[in-house]
Design a protein around this ligand. Structure first.
Ligand SMILES: [Zn+2]
Length: 396
């Protein structure tokens, strides 16, 4: 008699694959312990995933000093790949990521993305070049992930707010890329949320429960993760930290949203360039920016106290001296008893965070579709925290 087929929870498949991406060569029992799922359920899931070619067994280096080599489970890197594109204001990054979460090829193109038609043409051409350069089987392409600097209404498939790229507002970005590139499905995500997914699955956020990712770039955005779930709020609007009020309203700090004194208008990469162009020394400009960022971060810690605040983006990558200034400015404003509760962490993934986050979303959608879930149920979901006791066991 055939064993009963278990209809897995949607999150379980993404969680299992990500556990194996992060902790390769786990045994089935370790996987069961870490994911808090019964060994019988894990047995069924592993069998199905192996039959479909998503994971495979591999000789383990761990615990194999004597006797037969121990077989552990690993993700099959070659099972699929995703094409991902992060649309910035002045650059676009296109990459190909394999199923194991490795970036196979990455292209960064300096290009104003203000005009939608021109932007889509450039992204589409770059995607074609990337696919031609790698020459992988098109059948193994899991889909296309697009990150945009704006609020994405997944229900209506429309950009609803993008003050720095206003021409993109109202655009059905997924449909435009679907027609232009010819890859399906297309998963669209806010850029800071995509980076938060990347950090949560592959970076600093792997072992935390709550975190906020703050993208400090030409604009400033954030992705909030509570209990390892991305908090989206009404209309996907959670995380607009760039429009937190931080300064005295003056004519020089008018924000793209129309208000004065927003963080984004006072402490973004665009603000830095504006300060320097106006004659301020670079060191003075960076100190000023650190003050504004510290005001916002300390308010977030005092309000939410997440385990980690992870910062990334071009502003920090191009100005390493800024990081200690931000830490100091933030800590000077945080409530004393919260000082050591929230860690301030510089992103270890850098510009790879949104690329990996997007790829994970694309792969998760493909895995779920393969399980027979209808397309409308395939919105990005959650990944529970692994059992920390089992993690300790893994590292011993
Ligand atoms: Zn604003």
């Amino acid at each position: 008699m055939q064993p009963p087929r278990i209809q897995y929870g949607r999150a379980d498949i993404g969680r299992l694959i990500n556990l194996l991406r992060n902790y390769p060569q786990l045994s089935r029992s370790e996987l069961a312990a870490m994911s808090l799922v019964t060994p019988a359920t894990i047995g069924h899931q592993v069998r199905d995933l192996m039959e479909a070619g998503w994971i495979k067994e591999s000789s383990s280096r761990r615990g194999a000093q004597v006797g037969r080599p121990r077989l552990g489970l690993v993700v099959n890197d070659e099972a699929a790949y995703a094409i991902v594109a992060v649309i910035g204001l002045t650059t676009v990054i296109v990459a190909m990521v394999d199923f194991g979460g490795h970036i196979l090829i990455k292209r960064e193109i300096p290009q104003s993305m203000a005009a939608v038609a021109r932007g889509i043409t450039v992204v589409s051409q770059t995607i074609s070049e990337v696919m031609a350069a790698q020459a992988l089987d098109p059948v193994k392409c899991a889909g296309l992930g697009i990150a945009i600097p704006g609020i994405w209404d997944a229900e209506n498939e429309t950009v609803v707010f993008s003050p720095n790229l206003p021409e993109w507002e109202g655009m059905k970005v997924g449909e435009l890329f679907r027609r232009s590139v010819g890859i399906e499905p297309v998963v669209v995500e806010n850029d800071a949320d995509a980076a938060a997914w990347g950090e949560l699955w592959f970076g600093t956020g792997r072992d935390v429960q709550d975190m906020m990712y703050i993208l400090c770039d030409v604009g400033i955005g954030s992705g909030l993760v509570i209990n390892r779930q991305l908090v989206r709020g009404q209309d996907n609007s959670v995380g607009e930290i760039g429009h937190m009020w931080v300064g005295a309203p003056d004519s020089t700090s008018r924000c793209g949203c129309g208000h004065h004194g927003c963080l984004e208008a006072s402490a973004s990469l665009a603000s830095l360039n504006r300060y320097v162009d106006a004659g301020m020394s670079l060191s003075d400009a960076l100190e000023k920016i650190a003050e504004y960022v510290g005001m916002s971060l300390s308010s977030i810690i005092n309000l939410l106290c997440p385990q980690a605040l992870v910062l990334g983006g071009a502003l920090l990558e191009q100005n390493p001296v800024l990081w200690p200034l931000i830490v100091q400015s933030t800590r000077s404003r945080v409530l004393n008893h919260l000082l050591h509760k929230s860690q301030l962490i510089l992103s270890s993934l850098g510009s790879h965070a949104p690329l990996l986050g997007l790829a994970s979303l694309v792969f998760e959608r493909q895995l779920l579709a393969a399980q027979g879930y209808p397309p409308e149920s395939l919105s990005p979901t959650r990944w529970s925290h692994p059992n920390s006791d089992a993690l300790k066991f893994f590292y011993e």
